[in-house]
Design a protein around this ligand. Structure first.
Ligand code: DAK
Length: 259
């Protein structure tokens, strides 16, 4: 990727695109400029056939300490209503390739909402998750009250949103907010290895699988199952389904074409 960014470090390892939030002086607080760059980087990876999976990560100390409080502090209601800010989270959700949020250190407020907008969250054992907006006299505004509640259930979500308390990586694992916790020393390598494992799967099936799981949040069970059945049947029109099943029968590794 040739584009350069002021608030990100972007690189590719094999079929994994890695976007590292890099605003160390503010613990990766999500300024408008940072979010704008993040969306551009995600969209570039989404359009690049050599990428199968994307990792969004931060520093060892902070994934992101939330939206930039200093930028928001003086805003009026009309300015907040017309802010492009919420559109950034919608844009993350529109990325068609799987996105792994690899979280170390603070993952707070809008940072936690960003991680939850990704497809799965993995954590270093140092990670701390929280929605501390209540301490600023506001509430989560980028989906936190909704996505957190779906991820961890009402009681834990209420506890976190009403008290602003932070939970550890182990608690987040127990509550179902994260799928895996890795040791701090190997966390980024482990996260990239997981993304590489995903990136190695059949590209069309990955895309359809992501759509189908996400549909579970937007539909009744009957509608979701119908969506899944149609998506499942559709995959029998792909070369990769023929290749995947032939490779199984012939006891060899499949050679995906993404078609
Ligand atoms: N914004 C701006 N700067 C921040 C920041 C933030 N969220 N978090 C940290 N910083 C800055 C600090 O001000 C400090 O800068 P200097 O004073 O050195 O210039 C530097 O980062 C280091 O921070 P600390 O000195 O505080 O470091 P500590 O290790 O002592 O403490 C901490 C780390 C993470 C516990 C602490 O910094 C902290 O409590 N930070 C704030 C966490 C927080 O309240 N986050 C929620 C923010 S509100 C929207 C949708 C969503 C949102 C907004 C709008 N729309 C739909 C429009 C989201 C809102 C939020 O996320």
């Amino acid at each position: 990727m040739s584009e350069s960014y002021a608030n990100l470090l972007v690189r590719q390892e094999g079929r994994v695109g890695i976007v590292q939030l890099h605003r160390p002086q503010a613990l990766n607080a999500l300024s408008g400029d940072l979010m704008d760059e993040l969306i551009r980087a995600l969209q570039a990876f989404d359009a690049d056939d050599s990428i199968g999976c994307i990792v969004v990560t931060g520093s060892e100390k902070a994934f992101a300490a939330g939206a930039d409080i200093k930028q928001m502090a003086g805003a009026s209601v009309v300015e907040m209503m017309s802010s492009p800010f919420i559109g950034y989270w919608d844009a993350v959700q529109k990325v068609s390739k799987p996105i792994v949020a690899a979280v170390s250190g603070y993952c707070l407020g809008g940072g936690c909402e960003l991680a939850m907008t990704c497809d799965l969250i993995v954590a270093s054992d140092t990670a701390q998750f929280g929605q501390p907006e209540i301490n600023l006299g506001i509430i989560p505004g980028a989906g936190g009250t909704q996505r957190l509640t779906r991820a961890v259930g009402k009681s834990v979500a209420m506890d976190m949103v009403l008290t602003g308390r932070r939970i550890s990586a182990q608690e987040a694992l127990a509550f179902g907010l994260v799928s895996r916790v890795f040791p701090a020393q190997s966390f980024l390598d482990d996260s990239i290895a997981l993304a590489a494992e995903i990136a190695d799967k059949a590209p069309v099936a990955l895309r359809v699988a992501k759509e189908a799981v996400n549909r579970a949040f937007e539909s009744t069970l009957a509608e979701g199952v119908l969506f899944e059945r149609r998506a499942f049947n559709l995959l029998f029109a792909t070369e990769d389904q023929k290749e995947g099943m032939a490779a199984f029968v012939e006891k060899r590794k499949p050679d995906w074409k993404g078609k």
